[in-house]
Design a protein around this ligand. Structure first.
Ligand code: UD1
Length: 344
């Protein structure tokens, strides 16, 4: 039987590249679209080294409907699309909101138009737990009310979910699953693909690994006066390899015709960990001592959030298998492999 083709926008990116590997392992034929604005060609080599063959990649921008049309014409018989391509830096989005609205919202609209033209009806969309804002109760379920976004980045995720809902309600044949990610961390156990932050990382785990590697001097823990057991923020850190598998089961559900309009799923572990627990997990898993200090709160941080993943478990059959320590170890192995490459 011919393998089903899945178009993966942003397939050279952090979550995208891990998902491409997971799709191949599950018997799908992923086709990557990426403009490499926040990813590197080396991700394609890393994927190829893991799966033993190269994966087709179209170097285009998803806001360009004509270029997208060219890909759909060339590829034919696309069974579904996973749309990762988006900007994700919260602070930058506050400074350059139009860049975020143009790219994140514009690419989804262009993609949906072209999917409609080519009668491709299945979409899995990368959303974020940012849509829940500061939740009133924990853990958050998919029924937890969505709140006003506290950054343009967060607003693009909220708007994109609304666009997909409006489209589904319009009678369109396009159905979607929006996966609301909690905090993706870690890297493929082979250390051939992982996160490649541009410049100074704003996310915790790449900052930790770069500090341990001596690229950054010291990690600042943003506040220890929150209402949590040790005073630092609580997040739900999910291993990117587990997160990647959520996309495979979502695609399976879509292709099986089980989605009637739009469905939302939290994708996390169901466990909350403080920043200091994350630091301790890193130290325990790697044997490295981390230089850190407690600093002031970071504006816009949610004090605590973690997922209820019952729906993803029951409906998608999603499960996580990695511990926080394993995720930290894989992030460190990836960091070490980057150091090795830069020495060569
Ligand atoms: C952030 C965004 C989220 C987005 C995600 C994608 C906010 C409020 N949320 O998640 O919407 O989907 O990035 O990139 O911006 N921390 C430190 N020191 C550091 C870095 C982080 O203490 O140097 C702490 C933070 O205060 C937070 C935790 O580590 O408690 C995780 O931070 P981070 O990795 O930036 O993710 P979020 O802020 O949860």
């Amino acid at each position: 039987m011919a393998k089903e083709k899945i178009l993966v926008t942003g397939g050279a990116g952090y979550i995208g590249s891990h998902t491409v590997v997971a799709l191949i392992e599950a018997g799908y034929e992923p086709i990557i679209i990426d403009n490499f604005s926040n990813s590197e060609e080396s991700a394609l080599a890393g994927i190829a080294a893991i799966v033993g063959r190269s994966v087709p990649c179209h170097r285009i921008d998803c806001t360009d409907a004509a270029a997208l049309r060219g890909v759909f014409e060339q590829e034919q018989n696309i069974a579904g699309v996973i749309h990762f391509a988006a900007y994700k830096a919260v602070g930058e989005s506050v400074e350059q909101p139009l860049k975020y609205y143009h790219n994140n919202v514009g690419s989804l609209v262009a993609l949906l138009q072209v999917m409609g033209e080519f009668k491709v009806t299945n979409l899995v969309f990368s959303s974020s737990c940012t849509v829940y804002g500061i939740p009133e109760s924990l853990p958050v379920t998919e029924q937890t009310p969505v709140q006003k976004a506290n950054s343009p980045y967060g607003n693009t995720k909220k708007i994109c979910e609304e666009i997909l809902t409006d489209l589904a309600n319009s009678g369109s044949r396009i159905k979607s699953i929006a996966l609301r990610y909690f905090n993706p961390i870690g890297a493929h156990p082979s250390a051939k693909i992982g996160e490649l932050p541009l410049g100074v990382p704003s996310n915790l785990v790449p900052f930790i690994t770069q500090t341990a590697a001596g690229i950054r001097e010291q990690l600042t823990v943003f506040g220890d006066d929150y209402d949590t057991p040790d005073g630092t923020n609580i997040r739900d850190y999910v291993h990117v390899v587990d997160l990647a598998k959520a996309h495979v089961v979502a695609v399976e559900r879509m292709i099986g015709g089980k989605v009637e309009a739009i469905e939302f799923f939290n994708v996390g572990t169901g466990r909350g960990n403080t920043v200091l627990e994350a630091v301790q997990a890193f130290e325990r898993a790697t044997g490295e001592k981390l230089n850190y200090k407690i600093g002031p709160r970071r504006a816009g941080d949610v004090p605590k959030i973690y997922a209820d993943v019952t729906k993803a478990t029951e409906v998608l059959g999603f499960e996580t298998t990695s511990t926080l320590d394993e995720a930290m170890k894989s992030a460190w192995d990836w960091q070490l492999s980057l150091q090795d490459k830069s020495k060569k």
